[in-house]
Design a protein around this ligand. Structure first.
Ligand code: OXD
Ligand code: MN
Length: 589
């Protein structure tokens, strides 16, 4: 049954159905009754396994195809008219060429299947800041995951009314053919098309495709920002809550920071951290001249391995009900799930992520390293009371960071907004041995947006600079690095909950409550201003973490210059000037 009288929407759905030729078309109304029917069908086809209702109420296990376990950056395209608008860091194809290719792949792709039409909202339905999307898919897993990750159903159609202001998304599993897998974005047409994949990051089109790639393009044109950032609130003993957003490349602990549990001493004094979002922030200038950030999502799509009661008890708690687990170990004795790092007691009688009998003595991992949980945000014990605030929360600070064994200090503050944009643009992370085999290879990932910016990264930096001109009460911009190592390769800073000690200094800087020393790279804390109570780390060690290593920074400057070169004339002059200032400060010019 069609749930809307929006003729443009009906016409488009009919057009896609005529191409893909499903057996039937089902509109998702958002009722639990309908979702329950789909869960039952999903279990009957083997797409889902129902887990133990007592241990994991409303939870399911799903497995992707073995050739389909991660985002495919090499097959992700920005299809705008001019290649230059996609920039040097995106794959580009002319829209006509890509449409032709995709329409051929979609031809009859849903034969024998049901086509689902999912109306969804990024942000609170009805809020002036929400944006709506329609995802067409032939996967029940996608429908059920979208119903966790976004707000779905008839109320979205009601809010949309006759408007044509929605993002069109088409997804088909087709044959899951790797050679013909495409994740294509048409920013100038408000359209996303995905084919031959069933992995979340490629097919839950509200997330990376809409809320980052398409939304970053919309934000540039409409004067706001879509960022790959967590949002959190820090409540101090006086009961004041101050907010920050933070961007880190993957594998730097974004979800863990978003759900941080304060050290015991801090808890006793009344400190608390509230999670507003763990992955995406839509940021606008409020009437008060401050930046306001909202989380457009409704759930968490987190990496399972390594998540445990110590590293992130809040994330673990979020997965206890209404969650879909993908590519984890199936514990057959308890009909529950397990992954590396969850506990020291792997199940004896289990299936690995591919569905084959497995136990730890086999010496191979049971869960895929990129196995995931899709969990409702509202399950999270520290979810912010402002999670549903339509306008979001006011930002006092923006934090960038990466994984750097040596170069970057524990924390530093940019001199001003423009310098802060520079600091974001030079963000980098070093690869770990586990990921690539080559330790310490520096990968630049500006603002953690390299795979997610829907247009030319040079223009994106210019947009950041332009926003700075318009924001009256600018948040302060910082850089953090939790990952400095000693001679033996051990992490020096304890990380996890103790990162609050650094966030506390950041907030004190934002409210002019603490001094700092100006250095070549920006403002650094005086060691005595970072609270080390209850830690074994000495003040000297901390001083080392807060030192600027000139020779390393001189090398860094060479690497930044090389990176900047690929942007040619789209590199904003203001960033060139910042690079010169850094060189001069380091005595290189
Ligand atoms: C994610 C990612 O899944 O950044 O959030 O890859
Ligand atoms: Mn992410």
């Amino acid at each position: 049954m069609t749930l809307t009288e929006n003729q443009s929407l009906i016409d488009w759905v009919n057009e896609i159905a005529a191409r893909t030729k499903p057996d039937q078309v089902v509109w998702i109304d958002g009722t639990n009754e309908q979702l329950e029917t789909l869960r039952t069908i999903g279990c009957s086809t083997g797409e889902l396994y129902k887990l133990d209702e007592t241990l994991h109420p409303g939870c399911f296990l799903h497995r992707t195809a073995q050739n389909d376990v991660a985002r495919v950056e090499g097959r992700t395209f920005i299809c705008c008219k001019n290649e230059k608008d996609a920039g040097p860091t995106n794959n580009w194809m002319a829209p006509d060429e890509m449409y032709k290719k995709l329409y051929a792949l979609y031809e009859g792709a849903m034969k024998g299947r049901t086509m689902y039409v999912i109306p969804y909202s990024m942000g609170v339905i009805g809020s002036p800041f929400a944006k709506y999307g329609i995802e067409i898919t032939d996967s029940i897993y996608v429908v059920l995951s979208m119903a966790i990750m976004t707000r779905v159903g008839k109320s979205v159609l009601d809010a949309l009314g006759q408007s044509i202001d929605y993002i069109k998304g088409v997804h088909s599993l087709a044959q899951l053919n790797e050679q013909e897998r495409y994740i294509a974005h048409f920013p100038e047409d408000n359209t996303i098309m995905s084919v031959n994949s069933g992995y979340g990051g490629n097919v839950l089109l509200g997330k990376k495709c809409f809320a980052l790639r398409i939304a970053s393009y919309l934000g540039k044109n409409e004067g706001w920002m879509a960022e790959h950032m967590l949002i959190l609130g820090i409540q101090n003993p006086k009961g004041e809550v101050r907010y920050l957003s933070a961007a880190f490349p993957s594998a730097c602990g974004k979800t863990n920071l978003a759900m941080l549990i304060p050290p015991e001493g801090y808890q006793k004094k009344g400190w608390k951290v509230w999670c507003v979002g763990d992955d995406i922030a839509w940021i606008r200038i409020g009437e008060d001249g401050r930046l306001w950030a909202m989380n457009p999502e409704y759930g968490f799509f987190g990496v399972a391995p390594g998540t445990n009661a110590r590293s992130n008890p809040n994330a673990l708690a979020a997965t206890t009900k209404g969650t879909i687990f993908t590519n984890v170990v199936h514990d057959l004795d308890n009909n529950t799930v397990w992954w590396e790092g969850l506990s020291d007691t792997p199940p004896q009688n289990a299936l690995d992520w591919t569905g084959k009998p497995w136990n730890a003595s086999m010496g191979v991992k049971g869960a895929h390293p990129n196995s995931r949980f899709t969990a409702p945000a509202k399950n999270c014990p520290c979810i912010s009371p402002e999670f549903e605030a339509p306008q979001g929360v006011p930002l006092s600070a923006i934090v960038f960071g990466g994984r750097r064994a040596k170069t970057a200090p524990l924390v530093y503050q940019s001199r001003n907004w423009i310098h802060g944009v520079f600091v974001g643009s030079i963000m980098a992370s070093e690869t770990t041995a586990a990921a690539t085999g080559a330790v310490g290879v520096v990968r630049r990932d500006p603002m953690a947006m390299l795979p997610f910016c829907g247009y030319n990264m040079g223009d994106y930096w210019q947009h950041w600079l332009d926003m700075g001109d318009k924001i009256e009460n600018k948040p302060k911009i910082f850089n953090v690095n939790w990952f400095r190592t000693d001679e033996d390769g051990h992490f020096i800073w304890p990380g996890f909950g103790d990162n609050l000690r650094v966030l506390e200094w950041i907030m004190r800087r934002c409210f002019d409550e603490v001094d700092a020393r100006e250095t070549e790279i920006g403002f650094l804390p005086y060691p005595e201003d970072i609270n080390l109570e209850d830690l074994t780390i000495s003040k000297d060690t901390l001083a080392g973490l807060l030192a600027v290593d000139r020779p390393l920074w001189q090398k860094e400057v060479d690497s930044i210059s090389e990176f900047y070169q690929i942007f040619g004339d789209t590199l904003p002059d203001a960033l060139k000037a910042e690079l010169h200032t850094l060189k001069r400060n380091l005595g290189q010019e």
